[in-house]
Ligand binder design. Structure first.
Ligand code: HMH
Length: 227
């Protein structure tokens, strides 16, 4: 058994969160998210984020499909496919939710130009969809992408938060306990794969994790900021 230098019996993913704590906190405690939590959020920033995230989630569909395909081909545990399929199923519901929410806020999803940070994030997804990228790398990225939103929005649901009532549904979408469980399932899968992966694959997964954090920070800033 290989034991990494920071490995104290926890999974690799938990180790990386600690190791990149500053960046992780910048991704999960972004000023935009904090403004939702303290009730000072600028509604036009929220509407911009909504339109940009819809574009991102549409790109997330083929990414998830590619993760599913790799799990089906390369995973040694049948339940991986079920967890990922569950994620794909809820994406279907999520896209409908975006359309409903957008019409509620008078956001026209058809006419939105993706921000540069969004285009770059989608490009990262596309690079991870390539067949030569290992399952361990993409499942790690997938876990990180979902977990950043889970951590961010659950913050807005904590007791003492002043999240405006009309944004509660958005926060519950990613901040709810069921979504947290789903993120934990993804984390267990990622940790299991990373434990068995050769060193160069683990290094690539770590890079993908850091890259997701960087892109999430950029996404929050640019999607909620002035266009
Ligand atoms: C940018 C971004 N990251 C993560 C998620 C979670 O699905 C999302 N919807 N959008």
């Amino acid at each position: 058994m290989e034991s990494g230098n920071l490995d104290d019996g926890r999974g690799k993913t938990a180790t990386w969160i600690d190791q990149y704590r500053l960046m992780y906190d910048r991704a999960t405690r972004h000023p935009f998210v904090l403004s939702i939590r303290d009730g000072t959020v600028d509604i036009s920033a929220f509407k911009r984020w909504l339109g940009q995230d819809y574009i991102f989630v549409r790109e997330f569909v083929p990414f998830l499909a590619s993760v599913l395909l790799k799990a089906w081909k390369d995973s040694d545990d049948d339940s991986d496919v079920e967890v990922i399929l569950g994620g794909i199923a809820s994406l279907n519901d999520e896209l409908s939710w975006f359309k409903r929410e957008a019409s509620k806020w008078d956001v026209h999803l058809g006419g939105i130009t993706p921000q540069k940070a969004n285009v770059e994030y989608c490009r990262l997804l596309q690079s991870l969809m390539l067949p030569e990228i290992d399952y361990a790398v993409v499942i790690t990225a997938f876990w990180a992408i979902e977990t950043v939103y889970q951590d961010s929005f659950s913050l807005c649901l904590e007791s003492g938060s002043k999240t405006p009532e009309e944004l509660m549904e958005t926060c519950k979408r990613w901040g709810n306990a069921h979504f947290k469980e789903y993120c934990c399932s993804l984390q267990k899968i990622a940790d299991r794969c990373l434990e068995k992966a050769p060193g160069d694959v683990v290094r690539k997964a770590e890079e993908a994790f850091v890259s997701v954090l960087e892109h999430e920070i950029g996404f929050w800033s640019k999607s909620s900021g002035e266009s």
